[in-house]
Write a protein that binds this ligand. Structure first.
Ligand code: URA
Length: 284
């Protein structure tokens, strides 16, 4: 049923979609990609610690003509892959990722110096993925299993991936840090910088069409910025390193969505995911 007011129709549809998306395990139908109003609710403190209100997002059309760049990325080191892709052994990308994981386990300064983790959580998924999600760091269950996003935040991420029309197997999931920080704290910038070099190698191998940064630490590292996630989310940035120019869509971390389970937060995330999905569709 529709009303005579297109704005009202859109608002109602956005509400229903986001309830379905992040509410009861169902997924919304694909739509025409119209931007959802992110709302101007009082954006509560996010995982990155900033507390500005969040705003309406940019559209996929804006993103196509985007001009952002991240020259600061080189300054904080994410632009320097730990091992250049051409130095890795293997016929396929999957084999080279495996070689990278082996080298990482043997030599990552952060991970070998850290004494509390049980497993390294290097990343998993399709080595040929067009869509790559970057989280923050392994949690307790990830540390136990060696797999990214398998706890409650992982369940939410699985819902988000499905809502976009992808399967978990068809995307690649990695984190800024490959080992669980003590007391589950937010990665320090120096840790993000050291581990980020391995992430840069993963991105260089996989060469996804779109990167989705889940939360502040991932967005800051990929975009080389100090800006908080509430300001960054919903606006296309660019991972601009060596020969790579990959659109980055920052959005709230699924753990934050679980903590702040409001209509505004869910609408904002669904908006961001649609932008990412539409960018990939447009590139196909
Ligand atoms: N949160 C993250 O950022 N990454 C994980 O792998 C799990 C939870």
């Amino acid at each position: 049923m529709t009303s005579s007011d297109p704005m009202l129709d859109r608002a109602v549809r956005a509400m229903v979609e986001t309830d379905l998306l992040l509410g009861v395990g169902q997924v919304p139908l694909a739509d025409d990609g119209a931007a959802v109003t992110g709302g101007s609710g009082s954006g509560p403190a996010d995982a990155a610690g900033d507390d500005e209100s969040f705003a309406v997002s940019s559209s996929a059309a804006d993103a196509a003509g985007m001009e952002p760049s991240n020259p600061a990325a080189a300054i904080i080191g994410v632009g320097t892959p730990a091992v250049p892709a051409e130095a890795l052994l293997g016929e396929s990308i999957g084999e080279r990722l495996q070689d990278l994981a082996t080298r990482h386990a043997a030599s990552c300064e952060h991970c070998t110096a850290s004494t509390t983790h049980r497993n390294i959580v290097f990343g998993e998924g399709d080595p040929d993925a067009s869509l790559m999600f970057i989280g923050e760091a392994p949690g307790e269950r990830e540390d136990r299993t060696g797999r990214p996003f398998v706890g409650p935040a992982g369940e939410k991420l699985d819902q988000m991936i499905a809502a976009m029309g992808f399967s978990r197997d068809s995307v690649y999931i990695a984190n800024v840090l490959k080992t669980r920080p003590q007391d589950n704290r937010t990665p320090r910038p120096d840790e993000a910088e050291r581990c980020g070099r391995w992430l840069a190698s993963q991105i260089q191998l996989i060469r996804p069409r779109v990167l989705v940064a889940l939360g502040g630490p991932a967005a800051k590292l990929l975009l080389g910025t100090e800006t908080g996630i509430t300001r960054l989310r919903g606006v296309w940035g660019r991972y601009d390193v060596d020969d790579l120019r990959i659109p980055v869509m920052p959005t709230f971390h699924p753990a934050y969505v679980l903590r702040q389970y409001t209509a505004d937060v869910r609408a904002a995330v669904w908006n961001d995911l649609q932008l990412a999905r539409d960018m990939i569709r447009g590139a196909e």
